[in-house]
Design a protein around this ligand. Structure first.
Ligand code: ADP
Ligand code: MG
Length: 269
């Protein structure tokens, strides 16, 4: 390799090139600032290198978490910061807070969010998924109906094995809205297969408005329902939300506010 000439620009041109080759974008962007700060504070080269490496690692992890969040395909980003527990006192807050720490993922435990529509089940499921992504886990969010449709299509196209492999790579499967649409016999069997594969290998979060005794109506087969519930609920945390719909409450509040703020229209002549 050539020895670089001692011009002031040449070493940084080369350095920028090496940092690009080594895929160290943060070091490349920051080394001048960090060098200036270290010089000012009288810090040595080891400290300089340590600071740069720390920034590179931090930003790399952030980028990876963002990629995991995009890959999870959440319908919206929701976190617990925006969840008003006071509006939904039926929800076991200490349990939700504990689950946010993610130990259930290491134990391959499941979470069932059960309750009326509009009580924040999907919100909490997304918040848990978001926290899992930030903690380095691979997550996939889907409505149960979308998943079953995808499984049926994959089966028809002889791509089921491929889809199974893709799902197997996730640490956490979030299946939203079980109970709104009944499945065909094949659809129910394919869903059962997913939950069987996940059993003790992945965590599943499932949201539903349907009490257990009605699950057969959706799955169409009592024996299959029993076997599915057996796997899903073997190691499960149940979060129940039985209050009023938050959507309805906020809509009512908005309506009231609007009626208060809209001046009375004069009666038409
Ligand atoms: P569910 O899945 O139980 O039908 P969602 O989680 O979709 O309900 O909630 C409906 C909407 O209301 C969402 O926009 C959600 O963010 C919001 N929401 C529900 N409950 C709360 C709450 N307690 N605090 C803040 N927002 C809430
Ligand atoms: Mg929902």
């Amino acid at each position: 390799m050539d020895t670089p000439a001692k011009t002031p620009e040449r070493p940084t041109v080369l350095l920028d090139h090496y940092l690009k080759l080594l895929k160290l974008p943060t070091v490349k962007r920051e080394y001048r600032n960090v060098a200036a700060a270290c010089a000012k504070e009288g810090k040595d080269a080891v400290e300089f290198l340590a600071r740069l490496c720390e920034r590179e690692c931090f930003e790399r992890e952030q980028r990876a978490a963002e990629r995991r969040i995009r890959a999870a395909a959440f319908p919206a980003i929701k976190t617990l910061d925006t969840f008003d527990f006071a509006a939904q006192p039926s929800i076991n807050r200490p349990l939700v807070t504990q689950l946010m720490r993610g130990e259930y993922l290491d134990e391959r435990e499941n979470i069932l969010l059960m309750g009326n529509p509009g009580t924040g089940k999907t919100h909490i499921a997304i918040a848990l998924g978001h926290a899992a992504c930030a903690a380095g886990k691979h997550v996939r969010f889907q409505t149960v109906t979308a998943l079953v449709t995808q499984l049926l299509e994959a089966r028809d196209n002889k791509q089921l094995g491929r889809l199974h492999k893709r799902l197997d790579r996730c640490h956490l499967l979030i299946l939203d809205e079980f109970g709104y649409v009944p499945f065909t016999k094949t659809g129910a069997e394919l869903l059962f297969e997913i939950l069987s594969r996940a059993y003790e290998r992945q965590s599943v979060i499932l949201t539903t408005n349907l009490p257990f005794e009605n699950w057969t109506e959706i799955l169409g087969n009592e024996r299959l329902t029993g076997a599915l519930l057996d796997r899903l609920t073997h190691r499960v945390h149940i979060i129940e939300a039985n209050g009023d719909s938050y959507r309805l409450k906020t809509a009512k509040r908005r309506n009231k506010k609007e009626t208060r703020e809209t001046p009375e229209k004069p009666a038409s002549p």
